[in-house]
Design a protein around this ligand. Structure first.
Ligand code: HSE
Length: 436
């Protein structure tokens, strides 16, 4: 059978990995796909670097637009990233009838609805396994393996940089700033790590997972996104003393009133498997009504793991390219005319449990005043820890864990407690999920 001819846009880390794995495992991949899969053209601004990887095995150009028009290319792999040129190239590739494989979660989270509509109109595939959790086949699992289920919730450690930072803070007792510097020196964190540490990257990824899990449009703009920059070493320590670990979770949960879609640092019981996912590794926990809880673990980034996902998409395309479009798995798992209209809930309406750290005068009646405010706001306390005041200090840290409640009640209670004269400064609020 004639080879599937690929045009690769961007031969950096993941592009280079894709080239290597496709070459190394060519025979095995062709036995599975039913035809050889060959990168025939590569576009990259750094043509000399591209030549080093390609070593004469593909045609190299610095003109990506020439590739998306080239009639001798069947599939475009987009590994440029970002929303600008990558979007233009993908839309032009689609307009030219080419199938597309992309790892670009930012682009899909913001413009996926438009891109999939264009692809559907042209009858081409846009595949994106590499966009979420690198090498973990979580898109495949959600779209196909779990198709029988009504998905109830997803909780994922889907950003390796922040998981590395939180793991190091916990194991070495270091501050966020100290660990970030090490992560940058080791190349784990980008020179500009904003998207990772502010939770934006995880927000892109959970928006994609939520769309596929619940059959809703891509809704990143409505997601609550909060990063890890304000996490203090003492919160990690206190959480641990109470049997919890702090992880940056992407959460998507179906409620009666709508969908919760949120990224924030989260306490989870230390005994959960997912709490023990350390360093740059990723893991996604999916709760389906039939299957129960299922956990997917693996490398969330890196050349070969991400290439593994890109090539899985290429094999799917090789198998389906001649099939009628109606036989394909829908882009967002649900038929396009059956996409739901459930609203994404505002953070005020989210229901979860809370970790509250307060700094208060260590004298009689203070705790009673606090618990009265909580009771007045229908907040039930699950556990409490009081730290002795440091030498020479008159104030103590109190940590309260609550049962599940509604966020707006907690915000109201916090405002009331902060107004009490026995409380100093701002109360630290973190959310807690039992993931049971
Ligand atoms: N920057 C991402 C992370 C990897 O730290 O997990 C690519 O998605």
């Amino acid at each position: 059978m004639k080879p599937l001819r690929i045009g690769l846009l961007g031969i950096g880390t993941v592009g280079g990995g894709t080239f290597d794995v496709l070459t190394r495992n060519a025979e095995e991949i062709s036995r599975r796909a039913g035809r050889p899969i060959t990168i025939t053209h590569v576009a990259d601004k750094a043509t000399a670097l591209a030549e080093k990887v390609v070593a004469g095995r593909a045609t190299i150009t610095d003109d990506a637009f020439a590739l998306v028009k080239n009639p001798d290319i069947d599939v475009i792999i987009e590994l440029i990233g970002g929303y600008g040129i990558a979007k233009q190239l993908i839309l032009e590739a689609i307009a030219n009838g080419k199938h597309v494989v992309t790892a670009n979660k930012a682009l899909l989270a913001l413009h996926g609805n438009e891109i999939f509509a264009a692809a559907r109109a042209k009858g081409v595939i846009v595949a994106f396994e590499a966009a979420v959790a690198g090498g973990i086949p979580i898109i495949k699992a959600l779209r196909e393996g779990l198709v029988a289920n009504r998905i109830e919730w997803i909780a994922g450690i889907i950003n390796g940089t922040t998981n590395f930072i939180l793991s190091e803070m916990r194991s070495k007792g270091l501050s966020f700033t100290e660990v970030l510097k090490t992560a940058q020196a080791k190349g784990y964190a980008e020179a500009d790590p904003t998207f990772d540490i502010e939770g934006v990257d995880a927000g892109h990824k959970i928006s994609i997972l939520a769309a596929i899990a619940f059959g809703i449009p891509l809704s990143f703009v409505k997601a609550h996104v909060e990063g890890i920059t304000k996490i203090e070493a003492k919160d990690i320590r206190y959480a641990e003393e109470m049997g919890y670990r702090i992880k940056l979770l992407g959460l998507a949960r179906r409620r009666e009133a709508g969908i919760e879609l949120r990224v924030h640092p989260t306490l989870i019981p230390a005994k959960r498997l997912i709490a023990n996912v350390e360093g740059v590794m990723n893991a996604v926990l999916v709760k389906g009504d039939a299957v129960g809880a299922t956990l997917y673990y693996g490398a969330g980034a890196g050349a070969s793991p991400t290439a593994s996902a890109v090539i899985a998409d290429l094999v799917d395309i090789a198998r389906l390219i001649d099939a009628d479009a109606s036989h394909r798995v829908p882009y967002l798992a649900f038929q396009h005319d059956r996409i739901g209209t459930e609203p994404v809930l505002s953070m005020d309406d989210v229901e979860t449990s809370y970790y509250l750290r307060l700094r208060v005068d260590d004298k009689p009646g203070v705790l009673a005043d606090i618990t009265r405010v909580l009771a007045d706001n229908q907040i039930s306390i699950d556990a409490m820890l009081q730290k002795e005041p440091e030498e020479g200090e008159a104030q103590a840290d109190i940590i309260l864990l609550t049962h599940e409640t509604i966020e707006k009640n907690v915000k109201r209670a916090i405002a009331a407690i902060e107004a009490q004269p026995s409380t100093s400064g701002k109360i630290v609020l973190l959310r807690l999920e039992n993931l049971a």
